[in-house]
Design a protein around this ligand. Structure first.
Ligand code: DGY
Length: 321
């Protein structure tokens, strides 16, 4: 009997495939850094039974119309805005993502980005490496405090809660906004629910952890930035699409807000000359929220487990429902 075929859209450490190779055939796009071109993906995934893809692949009607045997798509990310869930379900294709395994790693990055932006760590690093450090001075590269301040977390899911746990360690006043109130989190983490506008006007740090959906697209727009304090720092570790970037650039330029720490952008990768990269008060990272070696390995393993379970007639561990 033919083994089911699994197409993987990026190079994967060979040792991770070993446990599955007896029962499955793997075809991989062999590049680590470059996404598979759309036309290659369409051709190569045509006869696959399972697919492991990245957030760089758009799984839309046109792609789904072309596949002939696909039963399951495992996205190597917790966010799945690159996949048309409705169109996949209409074709009985199961979608899985990678929740839980990346929660703490992504929260570490989010809180690190907040600290780096508040305390101007990257500017300081550039300053010293460029040989500019001539004297010690009282306000040299002085930033703003994090401890005892108010953090407003927008999106109280797994990663939002993990950010709250970190904020607790810094004695922060923790506000959150979410589609629905989470009374258990309020009790356990001492977080306070507020409407979005109140949160925006009270927080010293506004942290976006919301998934990108039709409801959240551009939710941080000119109105939202105009509600924030002039001293506010905006952090985004969710998806660039939740921010109206033109409005953000304007808000930073006009000092409506003080600074931004951004791991995600509406169009990735960001070109070198993008206005956000020219601003002193922006700390920008190339979408590395869950990028630790341990976590990326766990994400691969979860994808492999999900796909092979479905192709063996079992329920996946982490379906998108
Ligand atoms: C996710 O999991 O959605 C991240 O953005 C990928 O690192």
């Amino acid at each position: 009997m033919n083994k089911p075929t699994i197409y993987i859209t990026r190079s994967i450490p060979a040792k991770l495939l070993k446990p599955y190779q007896e029962h499955f055939t793997f075809i991989c796009w062999e590049k680590e850094e470059t996404p598979v071109p759309r036309e290659v993906l369409i051709k190569d995934a045509k006869h696959a039974d399972g697919l492991i893809c990245m957030l760089t692949e758009e799984i839309d009607d046109a792609f789904l119309d072309n596949v002939q045997r696909l039963q399951v798509i495992a996205n190597l990310a917790v966010g799945y805005d690159n996949i048309d869930i409705h169109a996949s379900k209409a074709r009985n294709i199961i979608i899985t993502n990678t929740p839980d395994v990346l929660t703490e790693t992504t929260a570490d990055l989010g809180f690190g980005l907040l600290m780096a932006t508040a305390r101007r760590l990257l500017e300081a690093n550039d300053f010293i490496k460029q040989g500019k450090w001539q004297h010690w001075a009282p306000y040299l590269l002085a930033g703003t405090d994090v401890y005892n301040k108010t953090i407003g977390i927008v999106g109280m899911g797994r990663i939002g809660k993990a950010i709250a746990r970190r904020a607790k360690g810094f004695s922060m006043n923790i506000l959150y906004h979410n589609r629905s109130r989470d009374e258990i989190a309020e009790e356990k983490l001492g977080v306070t629910y507020l409407g979005l506008n109140e949160l925006l006007s009270e927080a010293d740090f506004v942290v976006s952890v919301v998934p990108l959906t039709d409801e959240t697209r551009n939710m941080f727009d000119a109105d939202a930035f105009s509600m924030m304090k002039h001293s506010a720092i905006f952090i985004n570790i969710s998806r660039g699409g939740v921010v109206d970037e033109t409005a953000l650039i304007q808000a930073l330029k006009e000092e409506q807000i003080a600074a931004a720490g951004l791991d995600v952008f509406s169009k990735e990768p960001l070109p070198k000359n993008h206005p956000l990269l020219q601003m002193r008060n922006v700390v920008a990272l190339p979408h590395i929220g869950s990028a630790s070696v341990e976590t990326r390995t766990n994400m691969w393993n979860l994808c492999l487990e999900n796909v092979t379970r479905v192709l063996s007639g079992k329920r996946p561990r982490t379906p998108v429902e």
